[in-house]
Design a protein around this ligand. Structure first.
Ligand code: ZN
Length: 203
């Protein structure tokens, strides 16, 4: 399986990092080794001094497809969850300055803790869904999927022009404003609406 991550999909987050608001989805990949096994802590990597949290809604692909039209994209997923796109912001800044790829800043081991998944019929409207992250009980980021620049179906249509989507692939759909650093010994809790979906510690 692969993990596809959409960057700069919330205008307020693009602005906080002084990035332009994109005209097309920006995306990158993480390998399956970026998943954090259940009940494991996130181990703060030694190569960075500035790991940031990015809370994101995650959709799980349940059908094989390529060149998927937007009007059919809803048939390719029926479960959503939440995940953290951990980012070594210091390394990412160096990569950006050098015009180099971001992978070492984004795709390292454990950089994609992902919750359990819930069927979308559990929610009134997945295009109007609050999600949030708490660190040590303090809310750090709150988003709503209605603020995505590119919605779930538009993302699937765009990405599937380039990559065949396979059953079990995950798409991280971008983070709202409020990204910031984490520290060793932090407890991280992630929510969709009021439901705690994911909880882990930083070691
Ligand atoms: Zn992200």
């Amino acid at each position: 399986m692969k993990i596809i991550c959409i960057g700069r999909n919330y205008a307020d987050h693009a602005k906080e990092l002084n990035n332009p608001v994109p005209k097309e989805p920006v995306f990158f990949l993480k390998p399956d080794t970026a998943l954090l096994p259940k009940k494991n802590p996130f181990v703060y990597p030694s190569f960075s001094k500035d790991i940031h949290h990015e809370i994101e809604v995650v959709i799980k692909i349940n059908r094989l497809g390529k060149h998927i039209e937007e009007k059919f994209a809803h048939k390719y997923y029926n479960e959503i969850g939440v995940g953290v796109d951990f980012t070594a912001r210091d390394l990412q800044q160096q990569c950006k300055e050098q015009g180099m790829p971001w992978e070492k800043a984004k795709a390292f081991d454990g950089s994609a803790p992902t919750s359990q998944f819930t069927t979308i019929d559990q929610f009134n409207d997945i295009n109007n869904l609050d999600f949030s992250i708490q660190i040590n009980g303090e809310t750090k980021q709150v988003g709503n999927t209605k603020d995505m620049l590119f919605n779930f179906n538009q993302i699937i249509a765009y990405v599937s022009q380039f990559f065949t989507l396979k059953i079990g692939d995950l798409i991280y759909t971008g983070t709202p404003a409020g990204v910031g650093p984490i520290q060793i010994n932090d407890t991280i809790d992630c929510f969709i609406e009021d439901k705690k979906m994911l909880s882990f510690n930083v070691k």
